[in-house]
Each structure stands twice: as structure tokens, then as C-alpha cells.
Design a protein around this ligand. Structure first.
Ligand code: NAD
Length: 251
């Protein structure tokens, strides 16, 4: 049970109790980690505060702005010293871009999805390097829409492809600092982010149907994989995408 005992891990992307970030945080905490949280803005703080009672563990960070990331990470360093890992569970695209045909994607919508969902990992890694120990681990969340054309997922699939490429390049460059970078490709689950995708109930149903046992992956299962990637048991795993989707990507 003490797999992550003594480790301090920053979790970015909790919106509510359905968030994958929250699932990861819960499992890592059970395994002994101290979890520090960033939230996007004051609106998100209201819902995150209901889950995390200790205000000291909450830091604001909007990843659309480099200065904001730098400031947030400076606060982490001041309050907690160097930390052992960062979970990046953040993505965003306008609803207009998550429906219909990809030809209708606007330039601005495309850039926004890339900026928040893919570039942000690079910025998080750059500022994260200053606050991470050697060794440390960064884990991000992706989806198989990066390599398959999933209905309505469109611009987010393109962003996830970029995110996974970022994982490989970052892993190459951060290895010398003792920082591993990996991604979890999670099965579809009903979260706030997914409700932005048109006909998401069809996506969720189809995804459940395609699992090997017709049971959707759970937050605990994704959290378990995240804990493993944060732990010293996974030091050989670098720049990889680990599927935690109950086999959906196979079939
Ligand atoms: P969620 O809505 O609970 O989490 C998304 C988070 O991104 C929110 O906390 C939101 O505040 C944050 N965010 C958006 N823009 C931000 C910004 N500018 N700055 C800081 N934070 C910002 O949904 P989720 O499904 O838990 O999403 C977490 C990650 O998991 C995303 O990368 C998502 O693409 C990925 N993922 C989700 C699924 C799924 O089916 N839900 C499957 C695979 C991967």
C-alpha cells in the first residue's frame, strides 16, 4: 500500500469527482502520495474545494498562459519544495469543433485545441523541470482518437496525435534530467470534457460495447495505471502510450 509513500505529486485537471485527474489523485493518495492540485480558474475552484478541503493544496493555473504556469509552479516550489511527479489531465476544444465534418474546423478553433490540449504539455514540462526531482515522472492523458477517426472527435483527435508526439519528444529530451514522460490512453468515460463532443452518449455506449467484457474502464483502473507510472516500478517505461481502455483499441 505504500507504493508512493513520501512522494509529492501535482495533479492538474480536476474539475469534479468524475474527472480522470480526480481518479488518479484518489488512487495515488491511497498509495501514500501527497497530492497537490491545480485548478483552472475561480469557477473551478468552487467545485474542487468541495473535494479538497485543505486550501494549502490548491493552486490556480490556467495553462493557456505561460506566466500563469510559471507562477503556479513557483508557488508549488515555495510551499512544497521539489516534487516527484506531475499529472497533466487537461484538454479543451470549442463545442463547434466537436461535431460534424472536420473540414468545417476554424483556424482559431484548431489553434485553441492544440494550444490547451497539446502545447500545454510542453509548457508544463518546461516549467515543471524547475520543480521536479531527479528522478521524476510526468503523465498525460490521451485518447485513441489520436490514431482513429472517431465520429465528432475531430480536432481533439488531431490535438491528441500532437500530444502523443510531444510525449515522445519530451521523453527524449528530459531523460537526461531524470524525468520520464508517458501517456495513458484512457477508455471513454462520462466526464465534463466528453459532454462537449456531439452525440457523446453514442460514443460512450459504443466504447463500452467494444470492451472485452462490455464493462467500461473505471476511474480506479486509470488511477492505478497512473500510480504505477508515477512509481519506481515503471522506471523502464519512457515516452510510451499505455492503453487503459479494457481492450477497446484492439477490436
Ligand atoms: P474533465 O472535464 O473532468 O477535465 C478536463 C480538465 O481540463 C478540467 O479540469 C478543466 O478545468 C481543465 N482545463 C481546460 N482548459 C484548461 C486551461 N486553459 N487551463 C487549465 N486547465 C484547463 O474531463 P476528463 O475527461 O477528466 O479530461 C481529462 C483528460 O483526459 C483530458 O486530456 C481528456 O482529453 C482525457 N481523456 C478523457 C477521456 C474521457 O473519455 N473522458 C478519455 C481519454 C482521455
Amino acid at each position: 500500500m505504500g507504493l508512493l509513500k513520501g512522494k509529492q505529486i501535482l495533479v492538474m485537471g480536476v474539475a469534479n469527482k468524475r474527472s480522470i485527474a480526480w481518479g488518479c489523485a484518489q488512487v495515488m493518495q491511497k498509495l501514500g502520495a501527497t497530492v497537490i492540485y491545480t485548478y483552472q480558474n475561480e469557477r473551478m475552484k468552487k467545485s474542487v474545494s468541495k473535494l479538497v478541503k485543505d486550501d494549502e493544496l490548491l493552486i490556480e493555473c490556467d495553462v493557456s498562459d505561460d506566466q500563469n504556469i510559471e507562477k503556479a509552479f513557483d508557488q508549488v516550489l515555495q510551499k512544497f519544495g521539489k516534487i516527484d511527479g506531475i499529472v497533466h489531465a487537461i484538454a479543451f476544444a470549442n463545442r463547434d469543433e466537436l461535431q460534424g465534418e472536420i473540414m468545417n474546423t476554424s483556424r482559431e478553433g484548431y489553434q485553441l485545441a492544440q494550444d490547451i490540449s497539446a502545447y500545454s504539455l510542453i509548457a508544463v514540462a518546461r516549467y515543471g523541470k524547475k520543480i521536479l526531482k531527479d528522478p521524476a515522472s510526468i503523465v498525460t492523458l490521451t485518447y485513441m482518437g489520436s490514431s482513429r477517426a472517431i465520429p465528432n472527435y475531430n480536432v481533439m483527435g488531431v490535438a491528441k496525435a500532437a500530444l502523443e508526439a510531444n510525449v515522445r519528444y519530451l521523453a527524449r529530451d528530459m531523460g537526461k534530467y531524470g524525468i520520464r514522460v508517458n501517456a495513458i490512453s484512457a477508455g471513454a468515460m462520462k466526464t465534463l470534457a466528453v459532454t462537449g463532443v456531439a452525440n457523446h452518449s453514442d460514443l460512450l455506449k459504443e466504447s463500452q460495447r467494444r470492451t472485452v467484457d462490455q464493462q467500461s474502464v473505471t476511474l480506479d483502473e486509470i488511477g492505478g495505471a497512473c500510480a504505477f507510472l508515477m512509481s519506481d516500478l515503471s522506471t523502464g517505461i519512457v515516452g510510451d502510450v499505455i492503453y487503459v481502455d479494457k481492450g477497446v483499441h484492439l477490436i
